[in-house]
Design a binder for this molecule. Structure first.
Ligand SMILES: *Cc1c(COP(=O)(O)O)cnc(C)c1O
Length: 218
């Protein structure tokens, strides 16, 4: 099941890339394994999948590190989890505020390792959503670049639900361009083809690979 799902997603990524005049290899698949057991990660790894996404540090630490697997942390990150995140992650995709930058910088100095970083932008300026607000995005991206140098590789977003995501993806890509940043992490199971058409370099896909997640307790 997982190998067949991966094969199907790779075919869809390749088709979407070609339709946009892009090379399929420009798009990295981040397999989002949150809520799924370590065995599911191992099954995907055995099928050739190398990059995984988790949104909670605690849960990620129960499954990773796994030799040969890269871990991206894609969820809202509390400052008190920064040290563990810095030790565990190959990339943190959810840098969105000064205090988290402080915590990551301090943890990186202590650990002697700094993961790659993406600034998460609240691309729809939604009140409840993680990510740096649009009005502060340019300044925060510049400050993060100045602080972390080449480790700051790009931008991540989650567009608003229930509306056409394409304009939001285009907006994130334009922002990455304006800052000379190569990585644009955007697109999930339901909208990754649109994200690829807008220039996604990383798509974060969970359900379409691992199946539906158990409902969260109310
Ligand atoms: C869960 C999650 C995904 C994957 O969502 P699916 O719809 O299952 O593909 C992608 N990005 C983030 C930030 C997530 O939390």
């Amino acid at each position: 099941m997982i190998p067949a799902n991966l094969e199907n997603i790779h075919a869809r990524i390749a088709a979407a890339a070609r339709a946009a005049g892009r090379a399929p290899a420009e798009v990295t698949l981040v397999a989002v394994s949150k809520t799924h057991p370590r065995a599911a990660v191992l099954a995907a790894l055995a099928a050739g999948q190398a990059v995984f996404g988790e949104n909670k540090v605690q849960e990620a630490a129960e499954k990773f590190p796994i030799p040969g697997a890269q871990l991206h942390l894609i969820g809202a990150l509390q400052t008190n989890k920064a040290a563990q995140a810095v030790r565990l992650a190959d990339m943190i995709e959810s840098l969105d505020r000064e205090r988290l930058s402080d915590a990551i910088a301090k943890a990186a100095a202590a650990a002697g390792r700094l993961p790659a970083l993406l600034v998460q932008v609240n691309i729809g300026d939604e009140p409840q959503k993680a990510g740096v607000p649009l009005a502060q995005a340019d300044a925060f991206i510049r400050a993060s670049r100045a602080r972390f140098g080449a480790a700051l590789q790009g931008l991540m977003c989650i567009p608003p639900e229930g509306v056409d995501p394409l304009p939001y993806f285009q907006r994130l890509a334009a922002m990455a361009d304006a800052h000379g940043l190569a990585v644009r992490s955007m697109g999930m199971s339901g909208d990754f083809e649109a994200a690829i058409s807008a220039g996604a370099t990383h798509v974060r896909i969970g359900t379409a690979i691992f199946g539906t997640r158990p409902a969260l307790p109310a």
